[in-house]
Design a protein around this ligand. Structure first.
Ligand code: BGN
Length: 390
C-alpha cells in the first residue's frame, strides 16, 4: 500500500520533472535542435511527396519564366536567320503552376517584352519551324484568361514557336457555344495568317510541362490527356476535351466542329467522333507530359448542361457533313489587337439562327469555308478596333 504521503511525493516529483523538461524546451538552443529534427522529418516527407507528384516528371518543376531572360537582350528578328533547332534548347520539362492573387495583365505584359500586338511572337534568334495559332473560346472568364496568358506566353516561347493567341469572345447572354466559337476562331485566325497548326484551348487549363509541344501531328492531337481534376489520367478512352490540335487540313476534312451544341457537354465527344468519321485517328502525348492544371470554378451562368447532347451525339454520323465549318454563321462585332492577344468579339446567334427576330435573313456570302457560311457583315479590316492597352 502506498501511503498518502508518498503518493504526494510522487505527484510533486512528476510535476517537477515536467517543469524541468518545459524549461529545457523553452531554451533557445533546445528549440533550435527540436525544429531541426522536425524539419528533417518534414523534408524526407516532402521529398517523398514530391517524388510521388513527379513520378511523371522526374525533374523538379521550374518557374516558367526561368530560362527566358537571355532572349530579351539584343533581339531583332532578321529575315535570313537559320531555322531553330528541331528540339528547342529552352525546354525545361515540368512547370510550377500556382495562381497568385493580385496578378495583373500589365505584369504579364511586362514579363513578355517580345510579344507583339495581338499576342504574336517569333523567336528572336532563329526562324521558327512551326506556326501555331491558339484559339480560346471565352466569355466572362477574364480572371482565368489572365493566368492562362501568364503561363502560355513563356511556355510557347520556350518551344521557339511562331505563334498568335486568339480569344473568341461570345457576345450577349445567350447560352455558351464552345464548338461554334472554335469554328469562328479557325476562320478568323486563318484569315490573318497561314497557320500550320491550331490549338483549341479551354481558358481554364494550364499546361504543366513544356515538353508537351504545341505543334501538330499527322493526325488530330488531343493534348490535355492528363488533367489534375481527373487524377492525371484520361477520364475515358474517347475523351477529346480541353485542348486539341489540328492542322487546317484536318479541320476542313472533318468539316470543323459542330455549331449546334449550346451549353455544357457533348461537343468534344462529337468532335472526337468526327475525327474518326473523317478517316483520321486521335494522337496523344504521353501521360508524363500531357499534364494540365485546371483553375477551379463553378459551372458558368449561361453554360448550363445541354440536355440534348445524348440525342445529338447519337446522330453525329448523319449530321457531321451537314453542320460544321460549312454552315458556321456569325458576325464579327470587333477585332482588337491587344498587347497579349487578339480579341474577337462575335455574335453567334442562338439555336434559332443568327437573327432570330429578323423576318428576312440575309443571303449568305462566299467565304473560306464554303458556299453556305455567311461572311461577317462588316469587313474585319474596316472594323479593326486597335487598342494599345486594356
Ligand atoms: C463527358 C461529357 C464531355 C465532358 C467530359 C468531361 C457528355 C456527353 C454524354 C454522352 N460528355 O461526360 O463533354 O468534356 O464528360 O467532363 O456529357
Amino acid at each position: 500500500m502506498v501511503s498518502l504521503q508518498s503518493k504526494w511525493r510522487y505527484i510533486f516529483m512528476f510535476l517537477g520533472i515536467q517543469l524541468v523538461v518545459m524549461a529545457l524546451l523553452s531554451r533557445e538552443g533546445y528549440q533550435r535542435r527540436v525544429t531541426y529534427f522536425i524539419r528533417i522529418f518534414r523534408k524526407s516527407d516532402a521529398t517523398g511527396s514530391a517524388t510521388r507528384n513527379h513520378t511523371a516528371a522526374s525533374v523538379p518543376a521550374s518557374d516558367v519564366y526561368a530560362n527566358l531572360s537571355g532572349l530579351f537582350k539584343g533581339h531583332s528578328h532578321k529575315d535570313d536567320m537559320p531555322y531553330c533547332p528541331a528540339t528547342s534548347p529552352l525546354i525545361g520539362g515540368p512547370i510550377h503552376v500556382s495562381f497568385p492573387s493580385g496578378l495583373t495583365l500589365a505584369e504579364v505584359q511586362k514579363k513578355n517584352p517580345l510579344v507583339l500586338r495581338g499576342g504574336r511572337y517569333r523567336p528572336p534568334h532563329c526562324e521558327a519551324r512551326h506556326r501555331t495559332a491558339i484559339v480560346i473560346p471565352h466569355r466572362n472568364r477574364e480572371h482565368h484568361l489572365k493566368f492562362l496568358l501568364y503561363y502560355l506566353h513563356p511556355f510557347l516561347q520556350r518551344q521557339q514557336l511562331n505563334y498568335g493567341i486568339y480569344v473568341i469572345h461570345q457576345a450577349g447572354n445567350y447560352t455558351f457555344n464552345r464548338a461554334k466559337l472554335m469554328n469562328v476562331g479557325f476562320r478568323e485566325a486563318m484569315r490573318e495568317e497561314d497557320w500550320d497548326c491550331l490549338f483549341f484551348h479551354d481558358v481554364d487549363l494550364i499546361p504543366e510541362d513544356d515538353r508537351n509541344t504545341y505543334i501538330c501531328d499527322s493526325n488530330p492531337k488531343h493534348a490535355a490527356i492528363a488533367m489534375d481534376k481527373f487524377g492525371y489520367k484520361l477520364p475515358y478512352k474517347m475523351y477529346f476535351g480541353g485542348v486539341s490540335a489540328l492542322t487546317p487540313l484536318h479541320y476542313l476534312k472533318m468539316n470543323g466542329f459542330p455549331n449546334n451544341y449550346w451549353g455544357w457537354g457533348g461537343e468534344d465527344d462529337d468532335i472526337g467522333v468526327r475525327v474518326s468519321l473523317a478517316g483520321m485517328y486521335i494522337t496523344r502525348p504521353s501521360l508524363k507530359v500531357g499534364r494540365y492544371k485546371m483553375i477551379k470554378h463553378t459551372l458558368d451562368k449561361g453554360n448550363g448542361v445541354n440536355p440534348k447532347r445524348f440525342n445529338m451525339l447519337a446522330k453525329t454520323r448523319q449530321t457531321w457533313k451537314l453542320d460544321g465549318m460549312n454552315t458556321a454563321e456569325y458576325e464579327v462585332i470587333s477585332r482588337q489587337y491587344l498587347p497579349l492577344y487578339t480579341n474577337i468579339t462575335v455574335n453567334i446567334g442562338t439555336e434559332a439562327g443568327l437573327h432570330p427576330t429578323r423576318p428576312e435573313p440575309r443571303p449568305p456570302a462566299k467565304n473560306l469555308a464554303g458556299p453556305h457560311a455567311a461572311e461577317a457583315p462588316l469587313d474585319s479590316a474596316k472594323q479593326e478596333d486597335v487598342r494599345s492597352d486594356e
